[in-house]
Design a protein around this ligand. Sequence first.
Ligand SMILES: Cc1ncc(C[n+]2csc(CCOP(=O)(O)OP(=O)(O)O)c2C)c(N)n1
Ligand SMILES: [Mg+2]
Length: 327
Amino acid sequence: MSDEETAAALRLMMLSRAVDEWAVKLQRMGRLGTYGPVQGQEASVVGSSWALDTRVDWLAPAYREQPAMLRHGMPLEKLLAVYMGKLTAGRIPDDVRMLPRNQSVGAQLPHAVGLAWAQKLRRTGAAVMVFLGEGASSEGDFHESCNLAGVLHAPIVFVIQNNSWAISTPSSMQTAGALWTRGAGYGFPGFVVDGNDLFAVYETARAAVRRARAGEGPTLMENRTYRMGMHNTTDNPKAYRDPTEVEAATAVDPIRRVQLYLEARGAWSVDIERAWTEQIEAEIRAAMERAATYPAPKPDDVFDHIYANPPARVAGQRRQLMKRFES
Ligand SMILES: Cc1ncc(C[n+]2csc(CCOP(=O)(O)OP(=O)(O)O)c2C)c(N)n1
Ligand SMILES: [Mg+2]
């Protein structure tokens, strides 16, 4: 990465960290719904997704990959509006090659393999990158998806973010094996990466995306990183983990590492940091203001996108629900 590109990636990592801080505070004020910070995993998410060509390749996120979604073209105001419960904002813009964020652990994986298979059949030359946590790697969906992707030689990159925790379950309780070795069992290469090293992640992801585009099939990456924050705003990690773990993770903070790298190259300073922090604050504030203008959902919006022609039973439930709001 050139210094310019490194700085652009760093800016996205810093924006992501600031969005996390804002979102957690706004949730506490009752202005946002449940939010899962990506704090500590910025190099893993930004470094991986940086390898994608946003005009060609597809992104299939889980629920914690906010900076990858932003880089892929999801506007910040829409991302925030969704957390405010503004359902219309959840529609992915037509020119953004991204599947919706997926809260159901591992459910994005079969969709992503299907999407990758379609790229192969249609000869688009595009790669698909799908994110999952180490917890999701214990789901049947993961094994079925890897197996099918291997057999089909699908152009897909599986990015396992091993952030050491699946809510309160530590990685040591997730599997007795090493996740990166799983690729071999399905006939494709696997790599383990220092997930807090932007360059290592980017380099590995770039090679994997190239393999996919060249018709060489899937790749699995295990990015070893650490979830510095809470699982999400419903969680209290103090109840189950030793605070010294967080201190150790702070010493290898992925954002600080890039700043130190650029500083050593004369491309970073306290002044730049201050200016960027101010710009980022203004950017988030403006996005929040625009997000607030999206229409609030109606109680029965939940029925809108399930059936083209709802069965009588479902139509009855809708009427019943709305009666409650009339009285
Ligand atoms: C199918 C399913 N089972 C359980 C849950 C509850 N749940 C939400 S996140 C999570 C842990 C996932 O851990 P991991 O895959 O490591 O991802 P991380 O949250 O650490 O990024 C669980 C059990 C869910 N959302 N979906
Ligand atoms: Mg995890």
